[in-house]
Design a protein around this ligand. Sequence first.
Ligand code: ZN
Length: 339
Amino acid sequence: MFHTAIAGSLPKPAWLAETGKLWPKWQAEGDALARAKADATLLWIKLQEDAGLDVIGDGEQSRQHFVHGFLEQVEGIDFANKVEIGIRNDRYKALVPQVVAPLRLKGRVHATEARLLRAHTSRQIKFTLPGPMTIVDTVANSHYADRVAMAFAFAELLNQEALALQADGVDIIQFDEPAFNVYLDEAATWGVAALERAAQGLTCKTAVHICYGYGIEANIAWKKTLGDQWRQYETVFPALAASRIDQVSLECIHSQVPPELMALLTGKEVMVGVIDVASDVVESPEDVADTIGRALQFVPRHRLIACTNCGLAPMQRGVAEAKLRALAAGAALARQRYV
Ligand code: ZN
């Protein structure tokens, strides 16, 4: 009861990459960089185990950004001639690469990290990939008929990598779809369909993470425009409940999401965000257990997983470590409290 997991990313140590940034520069290159990425992954496996988490991830130590880590291995993208587009419905402007030809994978994307993770922990392991809708919202389309066609092309590539990750021994494959909270009607129709295409044929657990973003300035400003009640999940949750995806990761603590929306996820395992990633204040185990208690009004206890609201990448390492310990201690307290 009340297993614990992180959404995905963890801060990179200062010897691996610049700290406190979403697009950090690496501190090494070539073989030295590959070694440093592996070392950082091993470090976080140990720290997650020591904190007491049940599901262990690679902390996304080997990728500079959660979308572009995947795109680097895709053929048909022009990285040299970037164009400026508004992403997440113009919340940010970004210089992004263009899709200019049919998309194909150059080879495996995350084999090294997934096998390293499998070899160094006996606990359940989760691996994260960007979802198709979020990818098409982060690149420019100069080839496909429309965004939907491009999303399904990416979904096929994601599916190839996901099946290979499953063969590497990954227990849970999670697709990150923050775009689902932005393009609500499209998310409920072709967004979920493209996600299911990406997960086609998987027999391991599948998950989707839908959040309101990292605790960065642009997101904090956007959240202020969303009003007292954030009801974005209300449109997409029924479509997810009807899908074959097993787990849904959502924001809860310190968010304006009405907790009753979790009840829309009939039959799903719910990864409830009990750790705030937009604040350096470390939750107490009581805070975590209280949030679990609120969620229990709407989620059956055997389907509740305690998780972070989003990734911890831009945080200070010490704060992130303390939050992992609070997550595990809070879930342990909840197990005693809600028997
Ligand atoms: Zn997130």
